[in-house]
Design a protein around this ligand. Structure first.
Ligand SMILES: [Zn+2]
Length: 135
């Protein structure tokens, strides 16, 4: 087996053990969000019943808005986690979606749903940042 074609240091790529560890973390996060969502839905359902009794609608309406916003953020994270788990199955997990470079284990431990290497992420953030000149 020749390693001549590997242009990057081997230790940049995830080992099987590292991949399993990250996979476990992703599945755990997925479970947590699903549990939270279930609780939230139960709370919202319970709250609607309270609304009818107390007619304290204004307060409960804002609580509901907050819960829905939270749910929206969780939905987005859920989508990212599912995407990451899909990439694990495809054997693509741990590589940058933009340039194909390996994403380091340290970066993935800090952010298991990361799909970009640090260079591409930095570049994307710079493009997103609004220009403040003459404003
Ligand atoms: Zn990249």
């Amino acid at each position: 087996m020749s390693k001549q074609d590997v242009s990057l240091p081997e230790d940049e790529y995830l080992t099987g053990e590292e991949l399993r560890e990250l996979h476990d973390i992703l599945k755990q996060q997925l479970e947590e969000i699903l549990d939270d969502s279930r609780e939230e839905i139960q709370e919202l359902t319970a709250q609607r019943e309270v609304d009818a009794d107390t007619l304290d609608v204004a307060v409960n309406e804002s609580n509901r808005d907050f819960a829905l916003r939270l749910a929206d953020r969780e939905r987005r994270l859920l989508k990212k986690i599912r995407h990451a788990l899909h990439r694990v199955q495809q054997g693509e997990y741990g590589t940058c979606e933009s340039c194909g470079a390996p994403i380091t284990f340290q970066r993935l431990m800090a952010r298991p749903v990361a799909t970009l290497c640090i260079d591409c992420k930095t570049e994307a953030e710079q493009l997103e940042r609004p220009r403040r000149m003459f404003v």
